[in-house]
Design a protein around this ligand. Sequence first.
Ligand code: PEP
Length: 238
Amino acid sequence: MMSSKIIAANFKTNHTRRSSAEYIARLDSFMAENGVDTPVYIFPPFTALDSFDIKSGIKIGVQNAYPTVKGSFTGEIGLEQLDEFGIDTVLIGHSERRHILKESQEFISEKFTWFKERGFCIFYCIGEPLEVREAGDDAVRRYLVEQLDGIDTRYENLILAYEPVWAIGTGKTATPELIEKTHATIKALSDRPLLYGGSVKPANIGEILSVPGCDGALIGTASWEISSMVSMLEIVKS
Ligand code: PEP
C-alpha cells in the first residue's frame, strides 16, 4: 500500500477548459468510487480554472502566478484571480519556466517568498541539465543547492520535486539508483516531502515510488490522458 504518496499532474499547455473539466470530473468519480485517498494535485492551464465540485481529495493548483495581488503585469495572474477560485497551491521553479521563460533564481525566490507569506502550498522544482549530470555528483549537488538559494527549505507547506531536465518529456527516466542517490542529497538539505518527476508513466511509477526517499511523483505527459492517470493511481493504490 503506497497510498501516502503524493501524485501531481502538470498539464502544461495542454487541455482546454472543457477537456480539463471533463478530466477532473472523471478523475474525481474514479477516486471517490474507488476510495483513492492518496493526495492528488492537478495543475491545469489558467483558462480552465473554475470552482469545481470535487467529492474526492483532488486539489487544483496553478502552474505559475505572479507575486502580486493585482496590477499591470501583462499576461500574468495574481492573487485576486486565484482567490476567485479558492486556489492556494502553486508550482514554482519548473524547468520550463527556468529555461524557456528565463526566470532567474532571484525572481523565483522572490515569488516563493511572496506566496509563502500568504500560506500557499508550494510545489518547488529543482533539477540539473544533462551537462551538469555528466559532470558528476558534486556538480549536481552544487547546481541543486543554487536552485534552493533564497528558498525557505523548512517551509511547512513546501513540497519539493526533483526533476532532472534531461528526463522531462524525453521518455528517459532516471534509474532508481540515481533517484535514490539524488533524493538523499536533497533530503540532507530539506526534510519536506520530495517527489520525483521526469517521464513517469504507468510502466515505471510502481518502481519509482518504491525508491527509498521518494515521496511521490510529479507527472507531465503521462498524466494528460485520463486512462493513463487512472492506471497510475490504481498502481499507487495497490
Ligand atoms: C514535468 O514537466 O513536470 C514532467 C515531469 O514532465 P514529463 O512527465 O512529461 O517528463
